[in-house]
Design a protein around this ligand. Structure first.
Ligand SMILES: [Fe+2]
Ligand SMILES: [Fe+2]
Length: 144
C-alpha cells in the first residue's frame, strides 16, 4: 500500500469540505505510514478509530446540511454511502477484537483508501461539481 498524497482528484474546491477532508488526509496518511511500517500498535489503532468515529459524525453532518440547503437531488444516495462507511467502520471497532489480531490495522487501511478513492474522489466530487454549477454565486464556476 502506497502512502497517500493529496492529489487534485481529492480537492473539491468547496472550502468547507476541503478543510475537513484535509484534516482527514493528514490523520490517515500518518496511520497508513504506521501500518505500512508495521509499527501501528493497538493504542494507535484505537486512537485512529476514535478520530474516525468523531470525524464521520461531524463531517457527514456538515455535508448533509450543505446538500439539504442546496437541495441537491442526489442527497439520499450520497447519505447512504456515508451510512455504509459508518457501518463498515463500526464493524472494525478495535474494542471488539483481540489485541493479537494482526490484520486489524490493514483492514482499516483498506477501508480508508477505498473511501478516498470511491467516495471523496467520485461522490464528493460529483456533489462539488453540482454545487459550483447550480450555485456559482456561492461556490464559483467549475474550472474547465
Ligand atoms: Fe466528504
Ligand atoms: Fe460525502
Amino acid at each position: 500500500m502506497k502512502t497517500i498524497r493529496i492529489t487534485s482528484d481529492l480537492i473539491t474546491g468547496i472550502p468547507m469540505i476541503d478543510q475537513q477532508h484535509r484534516e482527514f488526509f493528514k490523520r490517515i496518511a500518518a496511520f497508513l505510514e504506521c501500518v505500512e511500517a508495521g509499527k501501528c500498535d493497538w493504542v494507535q489503532l484505537g486512537g485512529t478509530y476514535s478520530f474516525l468515529e468523531a470525524y464521520a459524525i461531524e463531517h457527514f453532518d456538515a455535508e448533509k446540511s450543505l446538500m439539504t440547503q442546496a437541495q441537491y437531488p442526489e442527497v439520499v444516495s450520497h447519505l447512504k454511502m456515508h451510512a455504509a462507511f459508518v457501518a463498515q467502520l463500526e464493524a472494525m471497532n478495535p474494542a471488539n477484537f483481540n489485541e493479537d489480531d494482526d490484520g486489524a490495522g490493514l483492514r482499516m487501511s483498506f477501508l480508508l483508501v477505498d473511501y478516498l478513492k470511491q467516495h471523496i474522489a467520485v461522490t464528493d466530487q460529483k456533489l462539488a461539481r453540482w454545487l459550483k454549477d447550480r450555485h456559482p454565486d456561492q461556490y464559483g464556476q467549475v474550472k474547465t
